[in-house]
Design a protein around this ligand. Structure first.
Ligand SMILES: Cc1cc2nc3c(=O)[nH]c(=O)nc-3n(C[C@H](O)[C@H](O)[C@H](O)COP(=O)(O)O)c2cc1C
Length: 188
């Protein structure tokens, strides 16, 4: 299944490239895949990657924010998220997202929390509809990599094409610009 979604994603991007080479600038503007970078970040790592992705793709960007900020201190936020997970109560997030209708390709960013996407991203996905959109997860982490992120995004958005995505270690963010450029080039 992942393979099929991956191929669909590559075809979408290739279509964009072919259109870019064969049509006028105005037609190109209308037919190029429209890109959104949407992310949540607690301590800034995922924001850093999101901004590079925005710059390199020329897409729009949206930050998911909780209505009440999490504690800054590590053990306090871990405790709070642990409670959210055991109670099943998701954090509330600020409104303001205009919906996915204008986009074809969505880069969805999150820190890895407990081996998967952060709970504010779960809230966001449970409130929005990305049916028919291609979602590319990007995850920053302290060692777990992507974990179960792609699977859990698919559970919350069963009608989206969720591709496997890319993990960025928080220890090597300084080289992320090149890593992101190489990653984009590998499927463009
Ligand atoms: C509540 C919480 C849970 C975390 N769980 C994991 C985890 O399971 N695996 C991991 O590799 N890193 C984990 N981390 C570390 C973050 O994924 C990592 O620091 C990330 O880059 C933070 O991104 P941000 O700066 O965008 O918030 C956790 C951090 C927090 C605050």
């Amino acid at each position: 299944m992942r393979k099929i979604l991956g191929v669909a994603f590559i075809l979408l991007v290739l279509t964009g490239i072919i259109l870019a080479q064969t049509i006028s600038p105005n037609e190109r503007k209308e037919k190029m895949p429209k890109i959104l970078v949407v992310y949540y970040s607690h301590s800034g790592n995922t924001r850093e990657i999101a901004n590079v992705l925005k710059d390199l793709t020329g897409g729009d960007i949206f930050e998911i924010q909780t209505t009440t900020p999490y504690p800054v201190e590590y053990s306090a936020i871990v405790e709070q998220v642990r409670k959210e997970k055991s109670s099943g109560v998701k954090p509330k997030i600020k409104s303001g997202f205009a919906g996915s209708k204008d986009y074809d390709l969505v880069f969805l960013g999150s820190p890895c929390w407990f081996g998967t996407i952060a709970t504010p991203v779960e809230t966001f996905l449970s409130e929005q509809d990305f049916s028919g959109k291609t979602i590319v997860p990007f995850i920053t982490h302290g060692g777990s990599g992507l974990g179960n992120s792609a699977r859990d995004i698919s559970v919350l958005q069963p009608s989206a094409n969720v591709v496997s995505g890319k993990a960025f270690s928080r220890g090597s963010l300084s080289s992320a610009q090149k890593e992101i450029a190489d990653w984009l080039a590998s499927f463009l």
